[in-house]
Design a protein around this ligand. Structure first.
Ligand code: S3P
Length: 428
């Protein structure tokens, strides 16, 4: 198992490009496969999570051509063109892959079985299998189809209007993708806005999608046509380097091509309130997604309260924001973030335990944490990642400002979303 040993380091400098957006990469393979004709994807994230999605579609008869590491072409088979996989679809660590695929598989005319790793097979799937069964899906699994492995016997689905109790793009996307196979219009109403890449991409490929505030609907049986997709750099991966530059003295980093979709930019909204010194350069639009280069300088930070509607817009950035909070003047309160407890690991408990090992005083709340700052990061400890990529990378950034070396065990998980994380860290 890979472990990271990180020595304190200030003066982080350079221009880097972090890998492609994970959410957009997954969706481009899925929607590209369901379209007719070729979809060329550049900037594709070759992290394990997206490779698992790619393999699943190959198992269902989709041909993929590789042109260098980050450029692939999907030969779409059309909405009705997938074929029955001859073996289990193993989605590894990826909740997005499993939940979105369930929506697609529910409406096929074949049998399929989905599984994942130890973490994924403990994560709640009833949030998608319950509404899918209301559409007529037949899905079996442990704990009343809440836990993978899951068996799906595809059915003709009926349209549905779903009031989701949770602001989750995975739930919304699963139902919208199932809606492609229903009859008429399928609608999802969310309690708060979650990331909208599925809506944007379905529309880009030719589906009829309507968005009205927190309500999104899609019309069944669209004619999807293959497209060119340029995947922007993932703001959730950029976040580790943004915070690293902010909390390290004498640092200046430029991150190019960062995706700034307004449903994903909660980190920047909060960093602005924290008085972080950053600039957006060359703002532009690439296949329906806004992007920019980001210039970040070391800066003193102010503590703020993080809660309410911004949470889904920065849900994956909360572990690294907790690290930023240790350096912010005042009391940082993170609340309304109970969803963190059902991510790749319980991210509230993991960050609280591991930051305490580094000498940080931090209070755990059911739905978040409270951190007084600024505090010293003592280091000299051995930390755990809990097999969660974002915990491993957040601790690595904390280690850069520690007083002594920090060891982080079990860091192979970083490959799920950010295969060249340590190379870029060394580069800056
Ligand atoms: C994702 C949605 C989020 C996020 C995950 C990726 C997506 O999960 O945490 O990393 O691509 O749809 P939820 O929608 O369940 O909050």
């Amino acid at each position: 198992m890979m472990e990271l040993k990180i020595k304190p380091k200030s003066g982080l400098k350079g221009q880097i490009k972090v890998p492609g957006d994970k959410s957009i990469s997954h969706r481009s393979v899925m929607i590209g496969s369901l379209a007719r004709g070729k979809t060329r994807i550049s900037g594709f994230l070759t992290g394990e999570d997206c490779l698992n999605t790619l393999r699943a579609f190959q198992q269902m008869g989709v041909e993929v051509e590789n042109f260098g590491a980050e450029e692939i072409v999907i030969k779409g088979v059309g909405l009705e063109g997938l074929s029955e996989p001859e073996s289990v679809l193993d989605l590894g660590n990826s909740g997005t892959a499993m939940r979105l695929l369930l929506g697609i598989l529910a409406g096929q005319d074949f049998y399929s079985v989905l599984t994942g790793d130890e973490s994924l097979n403990q994560r709640p799937m009833a949030r998608v299998t319950d509404p899918l069964s209301e559409m007529g899906a037949k899905i079996w699994g442990r704990d009343n189809a809440n836990l993978a492995p899951l068996t799906v016997i595809g059915q003709q689905l009926s349209s549905f209007s779903y009031n989701s109790p949770v602001a989750s793009a995975q739930v919304k996307s699963c139902i919208l993708l199932a809606g492609l196979y229903a009859q008429g219009v399928t609608r999802v109403i969310e309690p708060a806005q979650s990331r909208d890449h599925t809506e944007r991409m379905l529309e880009y490929f030719g589906a009829e999608v309507e968005v009205d505030g927190l309500e999104v609907s899609v019309k069944a049986k669209p004619k999807l046509e293959g497209q060119e997709v340029v995947v922007p750099s993932d703001i959730s991966s950029a976040a580790f380097f943004i915070v690293a530059a902010l909390i390290n003295s004498d640092s200046e980093l430029v991150l190019s091509n960062v995706g700034l979709n307004p449903t994903r930019d909660g980190l920047l909204e909060i960093l602005t309130k924290m008085e972080a010194d950053y600039e957006l350069l060359e703002q532009r639009l690439v296949n329906q997604e806004p992007i920019a280069d980001l210039k970040v300088n070391s800066s003193p930070l102010k503590a703020v309260e993080i809660g309410g509607a911004v949470i889904p817009k920065l849900i994956d950035e909360i572990p690294i924001l907790a690290v930023a909070a240790t350096q912010a003047e005042g009391t940082t309160v993170i609340k309304d973030a109970e969803e963190l407890r059902v991510k790749e690991t319980d991210r509230i408990s993991a960050m609280v335990k591991e930051l305490r090992k580094l000498g940080v005083e931090i209070e755990e709340r059911e739905d978040g944490m409270i951190i007084e700052g600024p505090q010293k990061i003592k280091g000299g400890a051995e930390c755990r990642s809990y097999g969660d990529h974002r915990i491993a990378m957040s601790l690595a950034v904390a280690a850069l400002i520690a007083e002594e070396e920090v060891v982080i065990k079990n860091c192979d998980c970083i490959k799920t979303s950010f295969p060249n994380f340590t190379d870029l860290l060394e580069q800056i």
